[in-house]
Design a protein around this ligand. Sequence first.
Ligand SMILES: Cc1cc2nc3c(=O)[nH]c(=O)nc-3n(C[C@H](O)[C@H](O)[C@H](O)COP(=O)(O)OP(=O)(O)OC[C@H]3O[C@@H](n4cnc5c(N)ncnc54)[C@H](O)[C@@H]3O)c2cc1C
Length: 165
Amino acid sequence: MTIGPAKASLEVAGGYTTHRKAFGRVINRFEGVSFQVAEASMLLDAARSMVYTTARAVDEGEETGATRRYISETKKFVTESCQTVVHNAMQVMGGIGYTSVYPIERHYRDLRLASIWTGTNEVMSMIIAHEWYTDYATRHRRGPSYRDWEADALDADAIDEKIYE
Ligand SMILES: Cc1cc2nc3c(=O)[nH]c(=O)nc-3n(C[C@H](O)[C@H](O)[C@H](O)COP(=O)(O)OP(=O)(O)OC[C@H]3O[C@@H](n4cnc5c(N)ncnc54)[C@H](O)[C@@H]3O)c2cc1C
Protein backbone atom coordinates (compact mmCIF):
# COMPACT_ATOMS: atom_id res chain seq x y z
CA MET A 1 0.00 0.00 0.00
CA THR A 2 2.82 2.40 0.81
CA ILE A 3 5.88 1.63 -1.29
CA GLY A 4 3.94 1.59 -4.59
CA PRO A 5 2.44 5.10 -4.35
CA ALA A 6 5.66 6.47 -2.83
CA LYS A 7 7.69 5.08 -5.71
CA ALA A 8 5.18 6.43 -8.24
CA SER A 9 5.30 9.89 -6.63
CA LEU A 10 9.09 9.96 -6.78
CA GLU A 11 9.01 8.93 -10.46
CA VAL A 12 6.58 11.77 -11.26
CA ALA A 13 8.70 14.26 -9.29
CA GLY A 14 11.85 12.98 -10.99
CA GLY A 15 10.35 13.65 -14.41
CA TYR A 16 9.02 17.06 -13.47
CA THR A 17 12.26 18.27 -11.87
CA THR A 18 14.20 17.07 -14.91
CA HIS A 19 12.15 19.38 -17.19
CA ARG A 20 11.06 22.32 -15.06
CA LYS A 21 13.33 25.36 -15.20
CA ALA A 22 13.67 28.17 -12.64
CA PHE A 23 16.30 30.91 -12.50
CA GLY A 24 17.47 29.71 -15.92
CA ARG A 25 18.33 26.18 -14.82
CA VAL A 26 16.64 22.80 -14.71
CA ILE A 27 15.66 22.56 -11.05
CA ASN A 28 17.24 19.14 -10.42
CA ARG A 29 20.58 21.04 -10.62
CA PHE A 30 19.68 22.77 -7.34
CA GLU A 31 20.80 20.75 -4.33
CA GLY A 32 17.72 21.97 -2.47
CA VAL A 33 15.78 19.86 -4.96
CA SER A 34 18.10 16.94 -5.72
CA PHE A 35 18.96 16.28 -2.05
CA GLN A 36 15.24 15.84 -1.30
CA VAL A 37 15.10 13.32 -4.14
CA ALA A 38 18.22 11.63 -2.72
CA GLU A 39 16.60 11.33 0.72
CA ALA A 40 13.44 9.93 -0.85
CA SER A 41 15.42 7.38 -2.88
CA MET A 42 17.35 6.30 0.23
CA LEU A 43 14.18 5.88 2.30
CA LEU A 44 12.44 3.92 -0.44
CA ASP A 45 15.39 1.53 -0.82
CA ALA A 46 15.68 1.11 2.95
CA ALA A 47 11.93 0.52 3.28
CA ARG A 48 11.95 -2.14 0.56
CA SER A 49 14.96 -3.86 2.13
CA MET A 50 13.30 -3.86 5.54
CA VAL A 51 10.12 -5.43 4.15
CA TYR A 52 12.10 -8.27 2.53
CA THR A 53 14.28 -8.83 5.60
CA THR A 54 11.29 -9.01 7.91
CA ALA A 55 9.29 -11.19 5.52
CA ARG A 56 12.23 -13.62 5.36
CA ALA A 57 12.44 -13.74 9.17
CA VAL A 58 8.71 -14.48 9.37
CA ASP A 59 8.89 -17.14 6.65
CA GLU A 60 11.90 -18.89 8.14
CA GLY A 61 11.13 -18.94 11.83
CA GLU A 62 8.54 -19.36 14.51
CA GLU A 63 6.97 -16.22 15.89
CA THR A 64 9.30 -14.78 18.51
CA GLY A 65 9.70 -11.47 20.30
CA ALA A 66 12.29 -10.54 17.68
CA THR A 67 9.97 -11.15 14.74
CA ARG A 68 7.19 -9.24 16.50
CA ARG A 69 9.65 -6.36 16.95
CA TYR A 70 10.77 -6.52 13.30
CA ILE A 71 7.16 -6.46 12.08
CA SER A 72 6.25 -3.39 14.15
CA GLU A 73 9.51 -1.63 13.28
CA THR A 74 8.86 -2.33 9.61
CA LYS A 75 5.27 -1.07 9.72
CA LYS A 76 6.38 2.15 11.43
CA PHE A 77 9.54 2.74 9.41
CA VAL A 78 8.01 1.95 6.02
CA THR A 79 4.86 4.00 6.52
CA GLU A 80 6.72 7.04 7.86
CA SER A 81 9.42 6.75 5.19
CA CYS A 82 6.85 6.57 2.41
CA GLN A 83 5.04 9.61 3.83
CA THR A 84 8.36 11.48 3.72
CA VAL A 85 8.96 10.33 0.14
CA VAL A 86 5.60 11.70 -1.01
CA HIS A 87 6.11 14.86 1.04
CA ASN A 88 9.46 15.44 -0.69
CA ALA A 89 7.97 14.62 -4.10
CA MET A 90 5.30 17.27 -3.61
CA GLN A 91 7.77 19.79 -2.21
CA VAL A 92 10.19 19.62 -5.14
CA MET A 93 7.32 20.10 -7.60
CA GLY A 94 6.28 23.37 -6.00
CA GLY A 95 2.69 24.54 -6.41
CA ILE A 96 1.71 22.19 -9.20
CA GLY A 97 2.53 19.20 -7.00
CA TYR A 98 -0.30 20.27 -4.68
CA THR A 99 -2.88 20.45 -7.48
CA SER A 100 -4.68 17.53 -9.13
CA VAL A 101 -2.72 18.02 -12.37
CA TYR A 102 -0.32 15.37 -11.06
CA PRO A 103 -1.33 12.43 -8.82
CA ILE A 104 0.95 13.39 -5.90
CA GLU A 105 -1.79 15.02 -3.82
CA ARG A 106 -3.86 11.85 -4.02
CA HIS A 107 -0.94 9.65 -2.94
CA TYR A 108 -0.25 12.13 -0.13
CA ARG A 109 -3.80 11.77 1.19
CA ASP A 110 -3.88 8.01 0.73
CA LEU A 111 -0.57 7.52 2.51
CA ARG A 112 -1.65 9.62 5.48
CA LEU A 113 -3.80 6.68 6.53
CA ALA A 114 -0.85 4.30 6.61
CA SER A 115 0.47 5.40 10.00
CA ILE A 116 -3.04 5.17 11.51
CA TRP A 117 -4.67 1.95 10.37
CA THR A 118 -3.69 -1.66 11.00
CA GLY A 119 -2.54 -0.36 14.40
CA THR A 120 -1.31 3.20 14.84
CA ASN A 121 2.42 3.86 14.77
CA GLU A 122 2.27 4.81 18.46
CA VAL A 123 1.03 1.28 19.14
CA MET A 124 3.91 -0.01 16.96
CA SER A 125 6.31 1.95 19.21
CA MET A 126 4.67 0.39 22.26
CA ILE A 127 5.24 -3.12 20.85
CA ILE A 128 8.82 -2.33 19.78
CA ALA A 129 9.71 -0.95 23.21
CA HIS A 130 8.04 -3.88 24.99
CA GLU A 131 9.85 -6.48 22.90
CA TRP A 132 13.18 -4.65 23.11
CA TYR A 133 13.10 -4.42 26.92
CA THR A 134 11.96 -8.04 27.18
CA ASP A 135 14.92 -9.09 25.03
CA TYR A 136 17.25 -6.85 27.05
CA ALA A 137 16.12 -8.40 30.32
CA THR A 138 16.55 -11.92 28.88
CA ARG A 139 20.08 -11.16 27.67
CA HIS A 140 21.09 -9.67 30.99
CA ARG A 141 19.66 -12.58 32.97
CA ARG A 142 22.15 -14.81 31.15
CA GLY A 143 24.89 -13.37 33.34
CA PRO A 144 28.67 -13.18 32.94
CA SER A 145 28.86 -14.74 29.45
CA TYR A 146 27.15 -11.60 28.14
CA ARG A 147 29.66 -8.77 27.64
CA ASP A 148 29.27 -5.89 30.08
CA TRP A 149 29.66 -2.93 27.70
CA GLU A 150 29.24 -0.48 30.54
CA ALA A 151 32.63 -1.62 31.88
CA ASP A 152 34.28 -0.22 28.71
CA ALA A 153 33.93 3.37 29.99
CA LEU A 154 37.00 4.96 31.58
CA ASP A 155 35.07 5.84 34.73
CA ALA A 156 33.02 2.65 34.87
CA ASP A 157 34.05 2.14 38.48
CA ALA A 158 32.67 5.54 39.53
CA ILE A 159 29.60 3.91 41.01
CA ASP A 160 28.91 6.85 43.32
CA GLU A 161 28.07 8.91 40.20
CA LYS A 162 25.41 6.43 39.09
CA ILE A 163 22.39 7.71 40.93
CA TYR A 164 19.13 6.21 39.71
CA GLU A 165 16.68 7.78 42.15
C1 LIG B 1 -10.05 3.96 6.23
C2 LIG B 1 -9.93 2.98 7.37
C3 LIG B 1 -10.05 1.62 7.11
C4 LIG B 1 -9.93 0.68 8.13
N1 LIG B 1 -10.05 -0.65 7.85
C5 LIG B 1 -10.00 -1.55 8.84
C6 LIG B 1 -10.16 -2.96 8.55
O1 LIG B 1 -10.34 -3.37 7.40
N2 LIG B 1 -10.09 -3.84 9.57
C7 LIG B 1 -9.91 -3.43 10.87
O2 LIG B 1 -9.87 -4.27 11.77
N3 LIG B 1 -9.76 -2.11 11.16
C8 LIG B 1 -9.79 -1.17 10.19
N4 LIG B 1 -9.64 0.19 10.49
C9 LIG B 1 -9.45 0.58 11.88
C10 LIG B 1 -8.02 0.98 12.18
O3 LIG B 1 -7.21 -0.16 12.24
C11 LIG B 1 -8.03 1.77 13.50
O4 LIG B 1 -8.62 3.03 13.22
C12 LIG B 1 -6.62 1.95 14.04
O5 LIG B 1 -6.07 0.73 14.50
C13 LIG B 1 -6.59 2.95 15.21
O6 LIG B 1 -7.53 2.61 16.19
P1 LIG B 1 -8.60 3.68 16.68
O7 LIG B 1 -9.19 4.38 15.49
O8 LIG B 1 -9.53 2.98 17.60
O9 LIG B 1 -7.74 4.76 17.44
P2 LIG B 1 -7.53 4.88 19.01
O10 LIG B 1 -7.11 3.56 19.58
O11 LIG B 1 -8.71 5.57 19.61
O12 LIG B 1 -6.27 5.85 19.02
C14 LIG B 1 -6.39 7.28 19.06
C15 LIG B 1 -5.00 7.86 19.35
O13 LIG B 1 -4.55 7.39 20.64
C16 LIG B 1 -3.28 6.78 20.49
N5 LIG B 1 -3.15 5.65 21.40
C17 LIG B 1 -4.09 4.70 21.69
N6 LIG B 1 -3.61 3.83 22.57
C18 LIG B 1 -2.34 4.21 22.84
C19 LIG B 1 -1.31 3.70 23.68
N7 LIG B 1 -1.49 2.61 24.42
N8 LIG B 1 -0.14 4.34 23.73
C20 LIG B 1 0.07 5.46 22.98
N9 LIG B 1 -0.87 6.00 22.17
C21 LIG B 1 -2.05 5.37 22.10
C22 LIG B 1 -3.23 6.31 19.04
O14 LIG B 1 -1.88 6.16 18.61
C23 LIG B 1 -3.95 7.43 18.34
O15 LIG B 1 -3.04 8.50 18.10
C24 LIG B 1 -9.72 1.14 9.47
C25 LIG B 1 -9.59 2.51 9.72
C26 LIG B 1 -9.68 3.43 8.71
C27 LIG B 1 -9.53 4.90 9.03
